[in-house]
Write a protein that binds this ligand. Structure first.
Ligand SMILES: [Zn+2]
Length: 319
């Protein structure tokens, strides 16, 4: 009797010890990742609608993959090497063909920090040459430095910026394992190096961050005037399924492309008028009607900064 009470105490002490152990002792679990089939050859994984954090392992952007007759083509590399390795596992659960190519839609951190895992698996990385300017910039270096702190342990001292093996200078059609990939260079839009990947055989379009779905776009330093023009080019592709850079896939691409376009137009209208009339930003922001967009996810986190960046852009465009 007495013995079993002691045993129970010992078990309790062990359990408490596990609870109180510092969080750094073990990495947190990777968030759930599922392969979503879109067409016979085409799949995606959908990142969370959130800002990157240690809790979500920076799984906040989408990636895609296409199973060809002899290999697998991945579109975008996710925001941490561990996420990329998880994606490789998912691919291996669907086909025994190797991942031979990674197509990078743009070089923002949440889409590229996984690249080294695909390189280690033997893949060739292909991107728009215009990404080199960012890749060689202090901004990219400082961002990685900050991410090693902010996104530890998922992004750490071992995480590196991986350049493409093959830089493209313009639109290209790659034929890989009997499947055509139309690569459209549509920057400068969201970034100078935006590259949309269209699989015409299945009418699936991987649009990268040219299109955001069910959340407020991240505008950053984007050239929103050219971005709007690029969306018209995306519309002309007449895709049946669209995979945005962030958010769920769309089977009504037109409606979703138009939402991103209308949001950018609204920012430019409101902030352009303010910049022309020399109205201070705070006042213009407060007076603006955001009702059409404020129910979108991340409105609180992103809208004000998007508006401010657009205000600065419109002042500059005015000169
Ligand atoms: Zn992104």
């Amino acid at each position: 009797m007495r013995q079993s009470l002691v045993d129970r105490r010992a078990v309790l002490t062990l359990a408490l010890g596990a609870l109180l152990r510092p969080a750094t002792a073990q990495p947190p679990p990777l968030p759930r990742m599922d392969a979503v089939p879109l067409a016979p050859r085409c799949y995606m994984v959908q990142g969370q609608t959130a800002l990157g954090s240690p809790a979500n392992a920076n799984f906040v952007s989408n990636a895609g993959f296409v199973v060809t007759d002899d290999s697998v083509v991945v579109i975008d590399a996710l925001g941490a090497p561990a996420l990329a390795r998880r994606l490789l596992q998912l691919v291996a659960g669907i086909t025994d063909k190797p991942v031979r190519h990674v197509l990078v839609t743009h070089y923002h951190a949440d889409h590229i920090y996984g690249l080294q895992a695909f390189k280690a698996a033997g893949a060739t990385v292909i991107a728009n040459r215009r990404a080199l300017e960012y890749l060689n910039s202090d901004t990219a270096r400082l961002r990685l430095h900050a991410s090693r702190e902010d996104l530890a342990p998922w992004v750490d001292a071992e995480t590196t910026l991986v350049p493409a093996d093959r830089w493209l200078d313009g639109d290209a059609t790659l034929r890989i394992g009997g499947v055509d990939f139309e690569l459209r260079m549509l920057g400068s839009a969201h970034t100078p190096e935006d590259m949309a990947v269209y699989v015409p055989g299945e009418r699936v379009l991987y649009a990268g961050d040219l299109v955001f779905r069910a959340r407020v776009p991240f505008v950053g330093q984007a050239d929103s005037r050219r971005w709007i023009a690029a969306l018209d080019a995306v519309l002309a592709l007449d895709a049946r399924v669209l995979v945005p850079g962030h958010g769920p896939p769309s089977t009504d691409p037109r409606q979703d492309i138009v939402l991103t376009r209308d949001y950018l137009r609204h920012l430019r209208d409101v902030m352009g008028r303010a910049a022309r009339e020399l109205e201070p930003f705070d006042e213009a922001y407060r007076k603006a009607d955001w009702s059409r967009f404020e129910q979108l996810a991340l409105f609180g986190a992103a809208n004000r900064m998007n508006a401010y960046n657009t205000y600065l852009l419109m002042e500059h465009e005015r000169d």
